[in-house]
Design a protein around this ligand. Structure first.
Ligand code: ADP
Ligand code: MG
Length: 742
């Protein structure tokens, strides 16, 4: 019981109040809310912004079987939203309860939700609008001489319906939206972008419902911002709405699955090709004809794009997915913006794979670019539809690789340093010109890509890869989760309940090899900032070999290097055309192929790459020649451990300074460090930082470049099951049993 003191303060009777202690508040009373308050709160949830009201109204029109829907909007929808349709109309006897909460013609029992085809089912939308705005309905049903008009507030009719002249269908007007929700109205008034949202919404509906004509315009303006005529083709609808420039860059895609243990669905739609570039992804998604959003699917598709077409990684996507209605839960979101699907993960994966392979096959008209290894802007050359070549200068940050990560900067061995060839100095005028010329050649070559890829030898090599797949490993590769690096060579993977160690070097070597064969004659280029002289690099490689064999003959090395340079120069045309390995007349390497997007090889391995290119290839037999070159490239691009020892763990000793110099490794690979009492301060910080960057970069690459690409592209050969590339280390079930016993 409460009494009010003369001073106005309230104290509770019968409860001792300790002097000086904080007064414990009495629990507030629980009361039943007034129904109008409940309804207004609920309404605020269903109708969050003007665009949500438009969505509900258009969905009602579609549910009513309309073939023409027009929308008029004033003041971003706050003053007026008017949706007119030519659907079946509303019976006059239903008008009194039309806007009450939970009145609907679409659902009667809860079980109906399982098989519901209509977009509405809760009977909430119109009611909600009457709690946050003024609603007027004009409607006529088939065969009636006149229609009715009636206005609603807070769920009820303001007056009896008035007979009026009407054209077929229903027109619903919502005026003064949020007139009684001051804060929301203010925020929306300031936001000022609701009309754009409405136009976007109608555009999406118009693509999917291409047999319905839509229009959307501002009140008082004659010209509509969306206007479609009834057309049977979705592509035509896209052309009308988004323009020819979008429609011409689209490819049709269909995929389905009917395996109950995975997922059952059909998807068809359009996705953009390599020529389409935009600032953000447009994803128009309908699931069982409902306009929904699915962030997981959108991400999956974006990943497919960025791994195959990084330049076109903000795609335009229209997808319509149909599943058995009992596999979709439509009732998980107040505005029905999201739905939940049975076996969502496998469905997404199947679609991702389909997108992926579609993109892989669309390279004939792709945009490509050269890439520099220094900080100068990269030159981009765009070949659109094989007609225009428009050079533009723009450096794409994500593809620039800092010089220190591309080269060996081993201060101990001046001979081993490749700095000389990779400095940040701008290319000479002459070089620029010849770059341009050779890129033009590359453009021309790509105009007829089929011709070169049609070589039987390449087909045979591709078939061999396909026929040699180990199905069990393929399943692991496709569906594994990357856990982390176990050591310098092995990564830990989880597949179902099993853990595997995977040899990263072997896997990446094979992946690169297979990619070279697949991309044969269709490579983008990695442009070296400075031409790298073959003879010197070959001498370096020979020195390394001699170190191993104990031989030491400078003259002989020089001779061999010269002969090899000549050989590679002779083969230059073929290397350039098919593998994008450019060796110019002066015997310099200027360009390398881009085998996996976002991945450049470790330039420390260039000498050994060139040496094996010269030594290990049988140039006589076409197929063997291509196979060997691909294998040599695969080895060069594989993710070997960096040359500098790993500073984490024991490798740190290598960076301790001895008389101002870092430690070195003797011929047998044993590292010596002098005395052991060097403190932290004696570390060669520069070298250490460089090593840390190299190792961190490699780890990042393994996780973010190698594994995603491996899931998409690698077809693991049978040999990998037995040669130690994949080793099962634990089964979680067994571990569980062991722990259970503990
Ligand atoms: P729901 O769509 O969930 O049934 P609504 O509040 O959106 O609930 O609509 C209530 C009912 O009003 C619908 O079930 C439908 O019978 C009728 N209705 C609403 N809009 C239209 C329309 N444009 N044409 C015909 N009937 C309509
Ligand atoms: Mg509805």
């Amino acid at each position: 019981m409460e009494v009010r003191e003369p001073g106005g303060a309230t104290v509770a009777m019968g409860e001792p109040v300790a002097a000086g202690a904080a007064c414990v508040a009495e629990p507030p009373r629980i009361r039943r809310l007034d129904e109008s308050v409940v309804n207004r709160i609920a309404a605020g949830e269903v109708i969050q912004r003007p665009v949500s009201a438009v969505k509900e109204l258009v969905e009602n029109s579609l549910d009513a079987g309309s073939t023409s829907i027009s929308v008029v909007v004033k003041d971003g929808g706050l003053k007026l939203i008017q949706v007119s349709d030519n659907g079946h109309g509303i019976r006059s006897e239903d008008l009194p309860i039309l806007c009450e909460r939970h009145t609907t013609s679409k659902l009667s029992a809860y079980e109906d939700l399982q098989s519901i085809k209509s977009m509405g089912f809760r009977g909430e939308a119109l009611a909600s609008m009457t709690y946050v705005g003024h609603v007027t309905v004009t409607t006529i049903t088939e065969g009636q001489l006149h229609g009715y008009r009636v206005s609603y507030r807070d769920g009820v009719m303001e007056d009896e319906p008035k007979p009026c002249a009407a054209v077929r269908g229903t027109q619903i007007m919502v005026e003064n939206l949020f007139y009684n929700m001051i804060a929301r109205r203010k925020t929306l008034q300031n936001a000022n972008d609701d009309y754009a949202k409405i136009v976007d919404l109608i555009s999406r509906f118009a693509i999917h419902n291409s047999s319905v004509s839509f229009s959307c315009r501002k009140h008082g303006v004659n010209r509509a911002d969306v206007h479609t005529v009834t057309t049977l083709s979705k592509l035509d609808a896209i052309k009308t709405i988004y323009g020819i420039s979008v429609a011409r860059d689209l490819m049709e895609i269909t995929v389905s699955d009917d395996n109950p243990s995975r997922s059952i669905f059909e998807m068809n739609g359009f996705i953009s090709n390599a020529n389409y570039t935009a600032k953000k992804t447009t994803m128009v998604l309908f699931i069982n004809d409902r306009l929904v959003e699915c962030t997981a699917l959108k991400r999956a598709v974006e990943v497919a794009y960025s791994s195959t077409l990084p330049k076109a990684s903000r795609p335009f996507i229209y997808m319509s997915i149909k599943l058995p209605s009992e596999h979709v839960d439509v009732n998980i979101h107040p505005t029905k913006r999201e739905v939940s699907l049975l076996n969502q993960e496998s469905l997404i994966e199947t679609i991702q794979n389909a997108v992926e392979s579609k993109l892989m096959n669309c390279n004939t008209t792709r945009t490509f670019q050269t890439q520099t290894v220094n900080c100068a802007p990269a030159s981009n050359f765009t070949a659109r539809k094989d007609t225009e070549i428009s050079p533009s200068v723009s450096g794409k940050k994500s593809q620039k690789v800092p010089v220190n990560q591309m080269v060996r900067t081993d201060s101990r061995d001046p001979f081993g340093r490749l700095h000389a060839y990779w400095q940040d100095c701008p290319a000479s005028q002459h070089e620029k010109k010849s770059d341009l010329a050779s890129v033009r050649i590359a453009v021309r070559q790509r105009r007829n890509p089929r011709e070169s890829a049609d070589l039987t030898s390449i087909h045979e090599l591709l078939n061999e890869i396909d026929q040699n797949i180990h199905p069990g490993l393929l399943e692991i590769v496709k569906n594994c989760t990357y856990i982390g690096l176990a050591d310098e060579v092995f990564a830990l993977l989880q597949h179902n309940t099993h853990l595997y160690l995977v040899n990263v070097v072997n896997v990446s070597k094979e992946l690169m090899y297979q990619q070279v064969i697949r991309r044969f004659a269709h490579f983008n280029a990695i442009q070296l900032s400075e031409p790298a002289p073959l003879p010197e690099l070959l001498i370096l490689a020979l020195k390394d070999e001699d170190l191993e064999s104990g031989g030491d003959d400078d003259e002989l090395r020089k001779k061999i290097a010269e002969m090899n340079t000549e050989l590679l120069k002779q083969k230059g045309e073929m290397l350039e055309e098919y593998f994008c390995i450019n060796i110019n007349q002066d015997g310099n390497l200027t360009r390398l192929p881009l085998i996996l997007e976002q991945h450049t090889p470790d330039m420390d391995h260039i000498p050994e790459f060139l040496l094996s290119l010269a030594n290990d290839v049988d140039w006589e037999n076409e197929k063997e020649c291509f196979q060997a070159i691909s294998a040599v490239l695969g080895n060069f691009y594989a993710m070997h451990p960096p040359v500098l020892p790993n500073p984490a763990g024991n490798g740190i000793d290598f960076y301790k300074k001895i008389n101002g110099k870092a430690a070195s490794i003797d011929d047998a690979g044993n590292e010596w460090t002098g005395t052991d009492n060097h403190g932290q301060d004696d570390l060669d910080q520069e070298l250490l930082a460089e090593a840390e960057t190299a190792w961190a970069q490699r780890e990042w690459n393994i996780q973010h470049v190698l594994f995603p690409s491996m899931r998409l592209f690698l077809k693991p050969p049978k040999s990998m099951a037995t040669d130690g590339t994949f080793v099962q280390v634990a089964s979680l079930e067994k571990l569980y049993k062991i722990f259970e016993r503990c």
